[in-house]
Design a protein around this ligand. Structure first.
Ligand code: IDP
Ligand code: MG
Length: 136
């Protein structure tokens, strides 16, 4: 069964800095994920901490928040059939070393921190994350 979903993608600072945004967006187009909205922004450490709140007990939380707020990012709403799962598939495993061939993280990820992209992991989180960046 398929259902049209929206999911949130973030092109993280390491990828924006290396001018990979257009190349990464090509993966979306090639995999039938439509770009609904897009903007380039920079978040504060406090905003990053709010966004990554689900990870607040993790040992890497502080580093993660520093990193996301370290430079410009591009946030994108993607839409398509089973978009959440489909986008996670093309994104690849969290650690680029473990990411499958053909995935964004395999191709562009530098490390588990600088892994180039974020993607929502459930319908509920996708809704929350989209609202976080695009509530107006
Ligand atoms: P995901 O981005 O693949 O959904 P999550 O587990 O949600 O992975 O973790 C969020 C982000 O936190 C990851 O993209 C990665 O940059 C970072 N991260 C996750 N696990 C570790 C770790 O064990 N060490 C350092 N950073 C991590
Ligand atoms: Mg996650």
């Amino acid at each position: 069964m398929s259902s049209v979903e929206q999911t949130l993608s973030i092109i993280k600072p390491d990828a924006v800095e290396r001018n990979l945004t257009e190349k990464i967006k090509q993966y979306f187009v090639n995999n039938k994920l439509k770009i609904v909205k897009e903007k380039k922004i920079q978040v504060t450490k406090e905003e990053a901490a709010e966004f990554y709140k689900v990870h607040q007990t993790k040992p890497f939380y502080d580093r993660l928040c520093n990193y996301l707020s370290s430079g410009p990012i591009t946030v994108i709403i993607l839409e398509g059939d089973n978009a959440i799962k489909e986008y996670r598939k093309i994104m690849g495993a969290t650690d680029p070393i473990k990411a499958e061939d053909g995935t964004i993280r395999k191709k562009y990820g530098i490390s588990i921190d600088k892994n180039s992209v974020h993607g929502s992991d459930s319908i509920e989180n996708a809704k929350k994350e989209i609202e976080f960046f695009f509530k107006n």
